[in-house]
Design a protein around this ligand. Structure first.
Ligand code: SAM
Ligand code: 2KA
Ligand code: SF4
Ligand code: MG
Length: 240
């Protein structure tokens, strides 16, 4: 007999909105944000889904309940569902993905690459975002490589690296060289993560310009350089 399904810890489900980051930037999506993370990045913009101080605000939902909410928010019209967190790989999103795929939806996952799951193979896009030195975390590369292997059957695997400073940039180049076959996106870090404070559009632009100048000066033509589009539009507001 199959073991009973454990409920998922869900920090928020929201949308439809546009994917603000990475390879699917601009695409309509509904977000499912998992509660809980094995990392504590110094600059995390989603601490409400990480810090156990927020645990009481996370809902215990089974996959069918999460799926019903996604279907409701999307009006039953198939789109790409974005699963983020926290680190969603702590939990079992396999049943949710199976339910959605059966109705024509696709799934993209955001994870730092610290925990591999067999259901990565069911994704249309696996976004692996290893954490640079400024985060205070240090990736376990064996675990990261296991995530890559688990994602072999996914539609696409994207390496998305956040860059705050020169040390992060040098690190991103070295990591990119280590994975020459992957689609690569560099995203400037946003130091202003307070959800109650506005983010100046010019600051977002200035951080991207800094990165564009650096990459072009080196004649490095592999990465795509993208802002967090949702931050440009809505600042750090939650649920967008
Ligand atoms: C909140 S995380 C959740 C998924 C997963 N834990 C991870 O880090 O990939 C989603 C994305 O936001 C990025 N991110 C978090 N805080 C950020 C910040 N202050 N500036 C830019 N990107 C940030 C992460 O690097 C990751 O690519
Ligand atoms: N619109 C929008 N795009 C996003 N891309 C990645 C996000 C995340 O927090 O994982 C995010 C988010 O929270 N909102
Ligand atoms: S791994 Fe992701 S969710 Fe976890 S603390 Fe870092 S940025 Fe936040
Ligand atoms: Mg975010």
């Amino acid at each position: 007999m199959k073991p009973p399904e454990r409920p998922l810890r869900i920090a928020e489900i929201f949308g439809p909105t546009i994917q603000g980051e990475g390879a699917l930037i601009g695409q309509p999506t509904v977000f499912v944000r998992a509660g809980g993370c094995d990392y504590r990045c110094s600059w995390c913009d989603s601490m409400h889904a990480v810090d156990s101080a927020y645990r009481d605000s996370w809902a215990a939902m089974d996959a069918a309940q999460v799926w019903a909410r996604v279907r409701e928010l999307s009006g039953g019209r198939p789109l790409t569902v974005s699963i983020s967190g926290g680190n969603p790989a702590i939990q079992d999103f396999g049943p949710l993905i199976a339910m959605g795929r059966a109705e024509g939806y696709a799934f993209a996952l955001e994870t730092q690459g610290s925990i591999a799951r067999d259901w990565f193979a069911q994704l249309s896009v696996l976004v692996l975002s290893p954490k640079p030195p400024s985060s205070g975390e240090r990736p376990d590369w064996a675990a990261f490589d296991a995530c890559l292997a688990a994602g072999q059957g996914a539609g696409a695997v994207v390496l998305k690296i956040v860059v705050f400073d020169d040390a992060d940039y040098a690190w991103a180049r070295a990591v990119a060289d280590r994975y020459p076959g992957l689609d690569l996106v560099l995203q400037p870090g946003n130091p202003e993560v307070d959800p109650d404070l506005p983010v100046a559009a010019q600051d977002v632009a200035d951080r991207l310009l800094w990165l564009v100048d650096k990459v072009m000066a080196e004649g490095w033509f592999r990465p795509r350089l993208l802002p967090q589009l949702h931050v440009l539009l809505w600042g750090n507001k939650r649920g967008v």
